[in-house]
Design a protein around this ligand. Structure first.
Ligand code: SF4
Ligand code: F3S
Length: 104
């Protein structure tokens, strides 16, 4: 599966949702997540994200993000249409430690 990681937090460009063939993105207040049991591993979304937030879970050290994506995709609503990102999305790309600061 692919997972959404820290870089999405407060950026939420939502380009990813437009290309997913199985519509498996879910939206929280500050980030999106993928439902790992719905993702078909096509990889199409990875290059679409301007923040490079989407990674295959075969990359090292992504256990935390697999858990976050699994847990919250079961709770948050599905999102299938692109919408405008937050006004400060570009500045937030350089922010460090976004999960601890902004995830709720
Ligand atoms: Fe959707 Fe493919 Fe991305 Fe999985 S890898 S979330 S199926 S676009
Ligand atoms: Fe987030 Fe990137 Fe999608 S910032 S909303 S994963 S395009």
């Amino acid at each position: 599966t692919y997972v959404v990681t820290d870089a999405c937090i407060r950026c939420k460009y939502t380009d990813c949702v437009e290309v997913c063939p199985v519509d498996c993105f879910y939206e929280g207040e500050n980030m999106l997540v993928i439902n790992p049991s719905e993702c078909i591993d096509c990889g199409v979304c990875e290059p679409e994200c301007p923040a490079e937030a989407i990674l295959p879970d075969t990359e090292p050290d992504l256990e935390k993000w697999l858990e976050v994506n699994t847990k919250y995709s079961a709770e948050w609503p599905n999102i299938t249409e692109r919408k405008d990102p937050p006004e400060d999305a570009d500045e937030m790309q350089n922010e460090e430690g976004k999960f601890d600061k902004f995830f709720s």
